[in-house]
Design a protein around this ligand. Structure first.
Ligand SMILES: [Fe+2]
Length: 214
């Protein structure tokens, strides 16, 4: 019969996952959490809406400079992995998502950026996941019943996440977040990275934040 069997992945889509050390997670998350809660108006205990986003300039704040270094180190790893020749890449925006119970993020992309990403500060029980959608249209034409839903046979992949986890992914990759079922705040920090030359000479980023919640 067969001398060899392989399932050869074609056109793979990557999400690059990094997990900070426990020490770095504790220190960085404390710094971020403290700063974010100080930015909230009204205070965290008086939040009435399900979902809150900060301004998109967190990367310009002093408290985020160590976080910036983490992002840039991870981004340079992706640039190397993808064999990209352009080295000038920069953080174009960085904002926090603070969700009370019921807070969701609808499917969206981050136009005019090369990479998008998210870092997790607090993920209360059963709130730690992000859903990515298969960007290809053709596989959806035939969907046979399956014994088990997997990333290979379904149109989406759900990744479980936890504090200290950093994800980078192509900015065109559609992603969303399920409702926070917890009474605790779910806090994450999202960001974009783009080639500096493109942002300066071709077109500024089109990501404006505040994606619809319904
Ligand atoms: Fe996003």
């Amino acid at each position: 019969m067969f001398a060899e069997n392989q399932a050869i992945p074609l056109f793979p889509t990557f999400v690059w996952m990094h997990r900070l050390t426990p020490e770095d997670t504790t220190r960085i998350n404390h710094t971020i959490r403290t700063k974010l809660l100080s930015l909230l108006t009204p205070g965290a205990d008086k939040l009435e809406n399900f979902r809150h986003q900060t301004e998109q300039n967190l990367h310009t704040l002093n408290e985020f400079q160590e976080f910036n270094q983490v992002l840039m180190t991870a981004a340079k790893g992706v640039i190397d992995f993808m064999q990209v020749a352009e080295e000038g890449i920069e953080i174009t925006s960085c904002w926090a998502n603070i969700n009370t119970k019921g807070g969701v993020t609808q499917p969206h992309t981050h136009p005019n950026n090369y990479l998008g990403g998210v870092y997790y500060v607090d993920t209360p029980e059963n709130s730690g996941s992000i859903t990515f959608e298969d960007p290809r249209a053709q596989p959806k034409l035939i969907s046979p019943r399956v014994h088990k839903s997997t990333g290979e046979n379904s149109g989406y992949t759900i990744l479980n996440v936890e504090p200290g986890m950093l994800l980078l992914f192509p900015a065109w990759l559609v992603h969303s977040v399920k409702p926070n079922p917890s009474n605790q705040l779910r806090i994450s920090v999202s960001f974009n990275l783009m080639f500096s030359a493109f942002t300066e000479k071709v077109s500024p980023v089109q990501w404006q934040g505040n994606v619809p919640t319904t």
